[in-house]
Design a binder for this molecule. Structure first.
Ligand code: FMN
Length: 186
């Protein structure tokens, strides 16, 4: 797939078929992820591949409770609160796979490095006919000791990018972008 087509055509996918994503395909996505640049070439990323639906169900439940217990009052609160209180809302949308990118090293740029790896992974998924979506709702819970324990992550690791992957049920419509603000200097 042409790079520009991949960049403009990738969408956050929230409805998946039950089709299994095979191990070789998952490894190809991870290979794309590790080709991202990283500060001082530290490559701090690690990948947890979760295909066990009972684990994803449990994390979805716990992450919803965690957010509800810790969320500050703000303009998104009402919408989020009703979504998170809905027992039918699954934060991973029943996707067949979650790939969690966590940093195993310390350093000032581990989040940026992991996010760059995540974008490579999502673009590679789109090019392979897969859908993906970064699930920010999972992040705060996965960063607790209970969250890390749920996936057997060492306490010092920093979960950054929970990305669901699967075959899309349908192609989501384009999502409009704002006109970029550009300040030309010189
Ligand atoms: C850091 C981050 C966190 C996100 N968290 C969620 C989430 O928890 N649930 C969800 O459905 N989408 C989530 N998204 C997806 C965004 O809503 C989506 O990327 C945005 O609406 C633009 O749509 P597009 O990806 O199709 O261009 C997240 C995206 C990012 C980058």
């Amino acid at each position: 797939m042409d790079l520009n087509e991949a960049i403009t055509g990738r969408r956050a996918v929230r409805e998946y078929t039950k089709e299994v994503v095979d191990e070789e395909t998952i490894r190809r996505l991870i290979d794309a992820a590790v080709h991202a640049p990283s500060a001082v070439n530290q490559q701090p990323w690690t990948f947890a591949v979760v295909r066990d639906q009972s684990v994803l169900d449990r994390i979805s439940r716990d992450a919803k409770s965690h957010i509800l217990a810790t969320m500050p009052a703000n303009s998104h609160s009402d919408h989020f609160r009703s979504l998170l209180n809905d027992p039918n809302f699954h934060i991973f949308y029943h996707a067949p796979v979650l790939i969690l990118i966590s940093a195993s090293a310390q350093g000032p740029w581990i989040v940026e490095d992991s996010a760059l790896a995540a974008e490579n992974l999502m673009l590679a998924a789109h090019a392979a006919g897969l859908g993906s979506c970064w699930i920010g709702f999972a992040q705060s819970f996965l960063n607790t000791s209970d969250g890390k324990n749920a996936l057997g992550l060492p306490p010092a690791w920093v979960p950054v990018a929970p990305i669901i992957v699967g075959y899309p049920k349908a192609a989501p419509p384009p999502v409009p972008r704002n006109e970029p603000q550009i300040r030309w200097v010189g």
